[in-house]
Ligand binder design. Structure first.
Ligand SMILES: NC(=O)c1ccc[n+]([C@@H]2O[C@H](COP(=O)([O-])OP(=O)(O)OC[C@H]3O[C@@H](n4cnc5c(N)ncnc54)[C@H](O)[C@@H]3O)[C@@H](O)[C@H]2O)c1
Length: 371
């Protein structure tokens, strides 16, 4: 509680910035502005050291209403299971009815409050309609997890155009629609939290993940710019957090990817870490944490060092469950597009993958620690 008050004081002190255009600022204005900046920065550093030494304050999520996109499987489901344990009401969005049914069944069996809606987040009218329905039936959403994501996993020249568009539409453009749908009420109530599940691939480029990496870089930028915009608006109780995990096991997306030197992450540990980051109002969670050194390394050392490290770390980023595509021919592209269109924009392979995933997730949930 004490530290939450300190956070408020620091936020308040930081408002004493000089907003005059530079042409109208005297030398004295510049000096005072710089001293305020230094003092507030020292305050933030002391606060960070205090948190590290004596623990972070954690907020109560009991009674919050959360929307989790991609809640029909993988990380979305694991997050929902943790949130309901903390007393949060969860509303799951996904394109997979089977996945949503399975998630709802698991959460209800835990005694949690859970609703599910089929929403394709890449379609903004669907997002706005579903958001209106939630508001009228259940109240204002206070936690938004932009979690749904898709992967093509092919070399750029082998990636059909529609899959590139899909990566951007789901991995980042949809965040604009979901945030526009829920942020106004969060601002009005000065209460809310927007969580962007990005990726370590939002900080480093990896071969065969060009559409994925560039959409995740955009998602990281989306979170940072949104946070700054809220701060400029003087809103201190609508928080944003960006989560950047390395490859995760047992969600299906990357669990069989070829990763060396660093082991892939346990999905339950990642879900625990995400909930903790939200409870602590952390701004960015890199998972594992020591990857922050790798990011600093990237900006300090010559490109050859970064490239050599990344090539050894991830020799081939195509998960083995995605069949390597030969060089694209018009007939392959045509077949891909037919599959895509025939299934309300879900590729047939993805439905099979989804079913397989749900089976695997159920096994993981039955066989592993979940909370
Ligand atoms: N798995 C990893 O190794 C890993 C690593 C870093 C970041 N991430 C990110 O974490 C998030 C969750 O990944 P996951 O591993 O649980 O993946 P997943 O494939 O298991 O789950 C993604 C979910 O999103 C849903 N989805 C896909 N398109 C959608 C759409 N248009 N509208 C609504 N829902 C849609 C899918 O049906 C699925 O249930 C993603 O954003 C992913 O990029 C995953």
């Amino acid at each position: 509680m004490k530290m939450a008050q300190t956070q408020k004081w620091l936020f308040f002190a930081d408002r004493f910035e000089n907003k005059k255009p530079s042409s109208q600022m005297s030398k004295l204005d510049v000096v005072i502005d710089f001293i305020v900046f230094l003092l507030v920065s020292v305050g933030y550093c002391i606060e960070a050291v205090h948190h590290t030494l004596f623990g972070h304050p954690e907020k109560d999520l009991n009674g919050e209403i959360a929307v989790i996109t991609g809640g029909g499987g993988g990380l979305g489901r694991l997050l929902a299971m943790r949130l309901v344990r903390l007393g949060t009401k969860v509303i799951l969005w996904d394109i997979s009815q089977e996945g949503l049914d399975e998630s709802t069944k698991i959460i209800e069996s835990m005694g949690g409050w859970c609703k599910a809606q089929i929403v394709d987040i890449s379609r903004r009218e669907e997002v706005y309609k579903a958001a209106d329905e939630i508001r009228s039936k259940y109240g204002d959403v206070t936690l938004l997890f932009n979690n749904a994501g898709v992967l093509s996993g092919r070399a750029l020249l082998d990636t059909p155009d529609h899959l590139i568009e899909r990566s951007f539409n789901v991995n980042v453009v949809a965040h604009f629609w979901t945030v526009k749908a829920f942020l106004p009420k969060m601002i009005e109530n000065n209460h809310g939290h927007i969580v962007t599940i990005a990726s370590m691939a939002g900080h480093v480029g990896i071969a065969k993940l060009i559409d994925y990496c560039s959409s995740k870089f955009a998602a990281v930028g989306f979170d940072e710019a949104l946070r700054l915009e809220l701060e400029v608006m003087g809103i201190d109780s609508v928080h944003t957090t960006v989560i950047c995990p390395y490859f995760i096991q047992a969600t299906g997306m990357f669990d069989d990817v070829n990763s060396r030197w660093v082991g892939t992450l346990n999905s339950n540990d990642v879900a625990d870490r995400i909930v903790l980051a939200v409870r602590r109002n952390e701004k960015m969670a890199l998972i594992p944490w020591y990857f922050s050194f790798m990011l600093a390394f990237k900006y300090i050392f010559p490109w050859g060092c970064t490239s050599g490290f990344l090539r050894r770390l991830v020799p081939d980023a195509t998960p083995q469950h995605i069949l390597p595509s030969p060089v694209t021919t018009p007939s392959i592209q045509k077949q891909d597009e037919m599959n895509f269109n025939n299934n309300n924009n879900i590729n047939n392979n993805n439905i099979d993958k989804e079913t397989e995933l749900i089976k695997r997730m159920s096994t993981a949930i039955d066989g592993e620690r979940v909370l």
